[in-house]
Design a protein around this ligand. Structure first.
Ligand code: GLA
Length: 360
């Protein structure tokens, strides 16, 4: 079903936004720290038209589901909550949003840690900006999108995903200082490309585990007398903390230092080592990995042509990211998936995206 078939008329406008994969700097953004994401080729498209009644109507092509909202006090769940959140936040900021027909179609894998929700929020806000000529820039779009996630989806997330979806492209890495929002567009490491493989293990307990980690970091920062863990650069300072706060803080401090090392300029080999160290830190200190991801990452790290690999996104399941020699990602993926799936898992390659046109 397309927009015309669902709503009986063509859309007025449409906009898209990509998912993202984070190469380094995990669980640092809500600590005012540093991140290095890039956009992935898969994206979400939102088409908009004016509603002919007083209700908003949202349709998801992927879910084949329609949600109509008549009572503005009744907050929807699922995909509609993100769109509803964006509309509500714009209204609260003083913009008048008329009743709308919204049609969503996405090729961003859901539940793999590639920010399908940020892509939906940013695409929705871009389409609204176009339709209503809203004077908001790309950074403000990311900020509204982050608030939609926090206030309407209940995840106390940082701003990395929404900034990546709003500002990154697939050819570069986006270095972002999440405190100042200062950013730098950097080339991918030399003679390297990105491989993303889904572990096939759906993410569980993401929001509860995530919000708990965030609370632990805030407690650690309070105990150390700093505004955020970003303000600690010497890992030895964290030794006075009780466990598990010490391990959590150690991850954040070492992870920020890894990102800052990349900013100085590193080889692909060194970039890979930093990714491997990041995975160990996420597994042992931050405790957001799962056995399947550890297995997948271990196989990747042992494979010829792989510079480094780690889990990506919040963890608790989802995808791995690897930096591999240029032109070798598909061959490496085949080899890795053979071993991984033999161990009883159901992994699949997500980037480079095979069959993107089928999914779109
Ligand atoms: C999720 C959040 C981000 C970030 C990552 C972990 O993707 O939405 O803000 O915290 O987890 O790095």
């Amino acid at each position: 079903m397309n927009f015309q078939q669902v709503f009986g008329k063509p859309p007025e406008t449409e906009a898209s936004a990509p998912g993202r994969v984070n190469l380094l700097g995990e669980h640092t953004d809500y600590n005012d720290g540093f991140v290095l994401p890039t956009a992935i080729p898969q994206s979400t498209t939102v088409q908009l038209g004016f509603s002919s009644d007083a209700q908003h109507h949202f349709y998801s092509e992927n879910l084949n589901e329609q949600v109509s909202i008549s009572d503005i006090n009744h907050q929807p769940s699922g995909f509609a909550s993100y769109i509803f959140g964006c509309i509500e936040l714009l209204q609260k900021a003083g913009y008048t949003i008329p009743p709308l027909c919204v049609y969503v179609n996405s090729s961003v894998p859901m539940g793999s840690g590639l920010s399908s929700s940020a892509a939906l929020e940013v695409a929705t806000l871009r389409a609204l900006r176009q339709l209503l000529n809203l004077p908001i820039d790309d950074v403000e779009i990311a900020q509204f999108a982050q608030q939609a996630e926090i206030q309407y989806a209940g995840v106390q997330c940082g701003i990395m995903d929404q900034m990546a979806s709003s500002l990154a492209d697939t050819e570069h890495i986006l270095f972002l200082d999440t405190r100042t929002l200062e950013r730098r567009v950097m080339p991918l490491p030399e003679k390297a490309e990105i491989l993303v493989i889904d572990s096939g293990v759906p993410r569980t307990l993401v929001s509860s585990g995530y919000n708990q980690r965030r609370a632990e970091c805030e407690e650690a920062a309070r105990s150390l007398g700093v505004k955020a863990l970003r303000d600690i650069t010497d890992v030895n300072v964290t030794k006075i903390l009780p466990e598990p706060l010490q391990r959590r803080a150690r991850h954040v401090v070492t992870e920020n230092n890894r990102v800052l090392e990349v900013l100085q300029g590193v080889t692909s080999e060194r970039f890979g080592e930093l990714m491997n160290a990041s995975h160990a830190s996420l597994r042992d200190d931050y405790e957001v990995s799962v056995p399947a991801l550890d297995r997948l990452v271990e196989i990747l790290q042992k494979t010829e042509g792989v510079f480094g690999a780690r889990l990506t996104g919040a963890g608790f399941g989802g995808a791995s990211v690897a930096l591999v020699r240029s032109g070798e990602s598909k061959g490496i993926a085949t080899h890795v998936l053979e071993q991984y799936n033999q161990a009883g898992y159901n992994g699949r390659i997500l980037v480079p995206s095979l069959g993107l046109s089928d999914a779109a």
